[in-house]
Ligand binder design. Structure first.
Ligand SMILES: Nc1ncnc2c1ncn2[C@@H]1O[C@H](COP(=O)(O)OP(=O)(O)O)[C@@H](O)[C@H]1O
Ligand SMILES: [Mg+2]
Length: 396
């Protein structure tokens, strides 16, 4: 079955589209990526999304939801073209959408107890309408309704792609936020450990954008950080951030490591008269050390660290990760035949497949949900949509 996965993470840098072929086998799930196409947002749209995530009006969010639906649909159509295929060849789309808010810790509300919530936009009805393909979206809320954090959802897919009978692997995703999945040797789904470790590109992108008055949106290749020195005192302070010592299940986002964090960082920079290069170097190290906290909750050793996400291109973070985990080898997912930019999009193709074939997508031991769930909302494409998924009947 051919499935398109669409993802835009907390960096808000654009839609990543992956077209994958999911095969049939009695055990395991052969997954092959056929094509990948990133569709970057223009800088102005990225800024609009980031500010709507903090203080968007209802009308702005309403509009952005439909607008991003068009962007996601275009990303899907583009990856299908890149693969030399037609929309009729595609059984399903899985769309993560664009997170604009994530409140995984219960907020007490009168009469109903503790409410957890998360908010992804990019209207799936628009995606289904433009592509003519049945679309599964809104994967996180069901896990949350079942008492989970709604995140991370990629661990089940990491397990399918990377588990190894004799090697314990730590899969790291360096997105806006970083997250890890620990796969013990020969692991099944019940013994996975996975959570958001904390800050990554979100902080670095924010430092670059603010310090250049919006001219630069990222520390390309980590070049600025490479010119700076890590400030030991500031690093120690950042490492004392309460999120880092919290036990999993845990997930986080722009609410914790976004604008407020930038205000604090720039205040500390001023107080210490630090060059921006040193601030970037320190935050790059902070990212790597936060990923290193994973070892506190991992039972058993780690034989290899495998890194994906846009942050793989940041040499400063990669160098610090190598330091932090030495002598355990740290390599990009490219060394294992995958594209670091594409992995999360692949994951949402697989999660859509799980839902369409009536298989659970969340891992309760990871998210803290009370039970496994079929995730997502399905926007069917016209009569006969179920029939079209039939070549892949329910798997036991
Ligand atoms: N060439 C590069 N050099 C340094 N950082 C990069 C490069 N390319 C991408 N990135 C970083 O990766 C981020 C996007 O990574 P991504 O995995 O898409 O994150 P998210 O899932 O949060 O959208 C960008 O915001 C940027 O910080
Ligand atoms: Mg992205």
């Amino acid at each position: 079955m051919k499935v398109v996965g669409l993802m835009s993470g907390t960096s808000g840098d654009g839609v990543d589209a992956a077209l994958v072929e999911i095969g049939r086998r009695k055990s395991g799930l052969p997954i092959k990526m056929i094509a990948f196409h990133p569709l970057p947002y223009p800088r102005s749209l990225q800024q609009r999304i980031l500010s709507a995530s903090v203080s968007g009006t209802v009308s702005e969010l309403c509009h952005l939801n439909a607008l991003l639906g068009e962007w996601f649909a275009n990303a899907a159509l583009a990856v299908i073209r890149v693969a030399n295929l037609l929309p009729k060849d595609i059984a399903l789309i899985g769309s993560h959408g664009q997170t604009v808010h994530h409140l995984p810790h219960g907020i007490k509300d009168a009469g109903v107890g503790s409410i957890r919530s998360t908010f992804q936009i990019a209207e799936p009805a628009v995606i289904a309408e433009r592509t003519g393909i049945t679309t599964v979206a809104d994967f996180r809320p069901r896990d949350m309704a079942a008492g989970g954090q709604g995140a991370p959802l990629t661990p089940a897919v990491h397990a399918l792609l990377f588990r190894h009978p004799r090697r314990a692997r730590l899969i790291v995703n360096l997105g806006g936020i970083s997250n890890i999945t620990y796969l013990p040797k020969g692991s099944g789904f019940d013994d996975l450990i996975a959570f958001d470790t904390g800050p990554a590109n979100m902080v670095l992108d924010g430092l670059m954008a603010r310090s250049t008055g919006g001219r630069m949106s990222m520390d390309r290749e980590g070049r600025m950080a490479a010119r700076g020195q890590v400030d030991g005192r500031l690093l120690a302070k950042l490492l004392a951030h309460s999120y880092l010592s919290k036990a999993p299940p845990k997930s986080t986002g722009r609410e914790v490591f976004g604008a407020k964090m930038l205000d604090e960082l720039f205040a500390m920079q001023q107080a210490k008269q630090l060059p921006i290069e040193n601030l970037l170097a320190t935050c790059s190290r902070w990212t790597a050390e936060a990923v290193g906290t994973a070892r506190r909750w991992v039972r058993g050793g780690i034989d290899e660290v495998i890194v994906g996400g846009g942050g793989v291109r940041n040499r400063a973070i990669m160098k610090h990760l190598t330091d932090v985990f030495a002598p355990v080898p740290v390599s990009p997912v490219e060394s294992y035949g995958w594209d670091s930019k594409a992995l999360e999009a692949v994951a949402f193709a697989v999660l859509a497949y799980q839902t369409a074939t009536e298989q659970f997508g969340n891992v309760p031991s990871v998210t803290g949900a009370a039970h496994p769930s079929l995730l997502g909302c399905i926007v069917p494409n016209g009569p006969g949509w179920m029939e079209r998924l039939r070549p892949h009947p329910r798997r036991k």
